[in-house]
Write a protein that binds this ligand. Structure first.
Ligand code: 5GP
Length: 180
């Protein structure tokens, strides 16, 4: 059965939905005064389910775009970040809200944030569904965080193991035999 590879559910679909509503309301307030400049940028592929849910509750006429960068092989960070897909739109003068699935070491976000400033973004803020602060090696924090989690490898709601399990509607921990 789909999902039987999961040992434990850490965050349920309902909890994620509630959190997206809360964050959406907070972001609506935060960006209301200059909404025309708001561009939401999702990092593929992990941010997709979170971004889709969150955007429903940001009640502003925002623009959206996607970037794909990679730093991971299996479960290990290689520390080197490649651009696989660049933005379609210019970010010059725009207020960017970068959407990420998880902040782990912080390497990806610190590089992408700097890239966006180099492209002329006026301001870059980060919203992440998950935060794993114990693993941080770069001094960066998300401005908005859904859930802070312990140092465990999680899958679901956009997060993969070898490109699978992104479509699980919750955040969970895989059974150890899946890695073996
Ligand atoms: P960072 O550059 O912060 O180390 O890595 C961020 C990326 O690493 C995330 O976008 C995600 O793709 C991957 N990652 C980090 N922790 C986990 C995890 O617990 N589970 C999964 N599936 N991916 C993770």
């Amino acid at each position: 059965m789909f999902g039987s590879e999961i040992e434990k559910i850490l965050i349920t679909e309902e909890e994620i939905k509630e959190k997206c509503k809360e964050l959406g309301a907070e972001l609506t307030k935060a960006y209301a005064s200059d909404a025309d400049k708001l561009m939401v940028v999702g990092l593929l592929k992990g941010s997709v389910p979170f971004m889709a849910e969150l955007m429903k509750y940001i009640e502003l006429p925002l623009q959206m775009d996607f970037m794909d960068v990679s730093s991971y092989e299996g479960t290990e960070s290689s520390g080197d970040i490649r651009i696989i897909k660049d933005l379609d739109c210019s970010v010059k003068g725009l207020d960017i809200l970068l959407v990420e699935d998880i902040v782990d070491t912080g390497r990806t976000l610190s590089v992408v944030k700097q890239m966006l400033y180099n492209k002329g973004a006026q301001r870059v803020k980060i919203v992440s569904l998950l935060d794993k602060p114990d693993r941080r090696v770069v001094d960066i924090e998300a401005d908005y965080v859904g859930f802070t989690i312990p140092n465990e490898f999680v899958v679901g709601y956009g997060l993969d193991y070898n490109q699978k399990y992104r479509n699980l509607p919750y955040i969970g921990i895989l059974k150890p035999e899946i890695y073996e």
